[in-house]
Design a protein around this ligand. Sequence first.
Ligand SMILES: Cc1ncc(COP(=O)(O)O)c(C=O)c1O
Length: 378
Amino acid sequence: MKAETILVRGDSYFDPVTGAVSVPIYQSATFRHPALGESTGYDYSRALNPTRSSLEKSLALAEHGKYGLAFSSGMGAISSLIKLFKPGDHIIVSADLYGGTYRLFNEYYSKYGFLFSWVDTSDFEQIEKNYNAKTKAIFIETPSNPMMKISDIRRCADFIHTKGGFLIVDNTFLTPWFQNPLDFGADFVIHSGTKYLAGHHDTLSGFIVHSNEAAETLLREAQMSEGAALAPFDAWLTLRGLKTLALRMDKATRNAAAIAAWLRKHPAVEKVFWIGFTDHPQYTLSCAQSRGAGGMISFYIKDASRIPLILKKVSLILFAESLGGTDSLITYPVVQTHSAIPESMRLTAGVNDKLLRLSAGIEDADDLIADLDQALSD
Ligand SMILES: Cc1ncc(COP(=O)(O)O)c(C=O)c1O
């Protein structure tokens, strides 16, 4: 089946009793056993829930993986994935990435003896330089959040596999509609399902997709033991979001193309970062490993002192954290999504006080540009 059909139909689960075409929300914490030693296959929702299972299988299909695990947020997924490693293990991580991931690794897991190096993973030589005998994985965001740098998935995978390690790719920005990292050798795909997958800014969810049988046992144990599994209603919202993912991603990309081109010509704007520009420094690589540019744009405003007013003046575009939903959002990374990252590291990555990040939604592009126009004008 083709990708669009998989997104709509997922694992084709139907309620065995009613045949309901929408996967029911099995809002039940526990499941009755017919007799001692007999089970419907379900015991307790922290371990297994039919709504969550349908979503997990559907996303695994969409990401070309064997297994999918759904968590209560993207951070819950990343935190569970770290349980594959042990104290003393070293992970090379993209320096330009979601600030919450930095905080989780640097402020929490480093306390327990996990080692991290923050590296510009779009520059392969930096990965080689930072590799050491303790390195067990590379964790990349591609495109990176918020500077839109591209890391070479195949090259990172081939390199770390020769060393016996894993490649983990956060695919939140491009989603399986535009990019399937497992096809390029990645071992684990991570998602904040809160973003494009669910797509309506109304729920949080997170995922791990992979095809490693040994890891599946450990990850299921982590999901069940730690209790960060996704709740049935949130699983249902995310399942519903998946059905329209292709349509929403295509529309958000068209809107982003129009907005990015317009921003580039605006006198108040210094520089625009969008991976769909043919003169993006890694455009060729981007086209080789993904099928679309997506709706995420970052841009520098020439005069940073104007940013508070711009954020006050936007009205159709909402000044809010997050991304990837039907409604366009504008974010100020230095004080929001990336505030947990130390200033010197942020500045090296290019995340300074002139940077705004825009998540194009699926509204009318002319309306979005008109809103930006009035917000950017004196
Ligand atoms: C790229 C990326 N990965 C992971 C996360 C964390 O996801 P969540 O907010 O669902 O925990 C985010 C959140 O913004 C993100 O942007």
